[in-house]
Design a protein around this ligand. Structure first.
Ligand code: TYM
Length: 333
């Protein structure tokens, strides 16, 4: 039998998951778990680069686990684990750090963003964040990495580190690539028309999988619109195009088409469109929220999942690390 492709991805435990995390990542995890050998991980070590206060960490890890399961992730199919429970990650990170250069790390856009957001805590972990991410992926010699568009650059860096290792020490790592079932990687836009939905910026423009129905309605109804187009078939301004994009994600195709037609013949009423979008969002988010709430405090269940996941992940990691050490020449005795 042909060996199944290996899939790896991770999410930082820095708050509740939002619609971007779902459509960029988790939706693909759920589909991939039945087709590939999958390793999904809660990136608690990555969270330390921006959240040195660890008092909320346990709660946040539990939320991410519960929300993924509520979205359909099946821990019997995919290994689902916590990054810090697989110490081989940190070992590979150390080896890869010797192949990562200060200049390229300083140029990384996500690093520059973090320097802007936390100028008083520009730590070495922040600088080498993409190296740790490469270690997560290469540890399982994964080739498919389901992520949103914002992670494209990190994946390119992971490929560079893999290739550099292979050139210096011998072919151990296949090239990992960002993956989405559609043609392109997804970027779920924020409700204010500026940028993407994100855990750390503009909370009110981000829809969380934990938002109550009323809050979802409020957020959607506040989204920016205008008085509507005056010429048929005109181009949509960004903030309107974003509303359509969100609608395509959660509403029925004929509903989206009706509003598209209304836009094109200049009869669109954005109030009606937002009401429809709000109700479709509520219908999408409410069941996930309720399921996650029921799982989140079940410590025994979550612990079992993490232990099982870590055991599978460590077994895979140990095979890779034996090859890595042999290739580097760290096998004298
Ligand atoms: P994180 O925690 O920021 O996001 C988790 C996943 O959600 C996707 N995502 C989005 N997709 C579409 N539209 C959006 N608005 C949006 N916002 C977030 C992200 O692309 C990601 O797939 N560095 C990673 C975590 C990580 C990782 C890894 C990922 C650690 N190790 C190994 C893949 C492989 C991160 O901070 O994701």
């Amino acid at each position: 039998m042909e060996k199944q492709a290996i899939v790896m991805s991770g999410i930082r435990p820095t708050g509740f998951l939002h619609l971007g995390n779902y459509f960029g990542a988790v939706r693909n995890y759920v589909r991939m778990q039945s087709e590939y050998t999958c390793y999904f991980m809660v990136a608690d070590l990555h969270a330390l680069t921006t959240h040195p206060d660890t008092s909320e960490l346990k709660k946040n890890v539990s939320r991410v686990l519960a929300e993924n399961i509520a979205c359909g992730l099946n821990p019997d199919k995919a290994a689902f684990y916590c990054q810090s429970h697989v110490p081989e990650t940190s070992e590979l990170y150390l080896y890869l750090n010797m192949l990562a250069y200060k200049g390229e790390l300083e140029k990384t856009p996500t690093f520059k963003d973090k320097v802007r957001l936390q100028p008083d805590n520009v730590n070495a972990g922040l600088l080498t964040y993409p190296v740790l991410q490469a270690a997560d992926i290469l540890l399982h010699r994964a080739t498919l990495v389901p992520v949103g568009k914002d992670q494209e650059q990190h994946l390119e860096m992971s490929r560079n580190f893999a290739n550099r290792f292979n050139h210096r020490y011998g072919e151990i790592f296949p090239e990992p690539h960002a993956f989405n079932y559609g043609d392109e990687l997804i970027k779920v836009p924020s409700l204010d028309g500026a940028g993407k939905m994100s855990k750390s910026e503009n909370q009110y423009a981000t829809l969380y999988l934990s938002d109550e129905d009323e809050l979802i309605r409020k957020k959607v109804m506040k989204a920016k619109t205008d008085s509507g187009p005056t010429t048929p078939n005109s181009e949509k301004p960004d903030y309107i195009a974003n509303l359509f994009l969100l609608m395509e994600l959660v509403s029925a195709p004929d509903v989206t088409k009706k509003f598209e037609d209304d836009f094109n013949n200049c009869t669109i009423r954005y109030g009606d469109m937002k009401k429809q979008l709000a109700e479709d969002m509520v219908a999408f988010i409410a069941p996930v929220r309720e399921k996650a709430e029921a799982i989140r405090n079940d410590e025994k269940y979550l612990k079992e999942i993490m232990e099982k996941g870590a055991a599978k992940a460590r077994a895979s990691a140990q095979v890779t690390m034996a090859l890595v050490k042999e290739a580097i020449g760290l096998n004298y005795y």
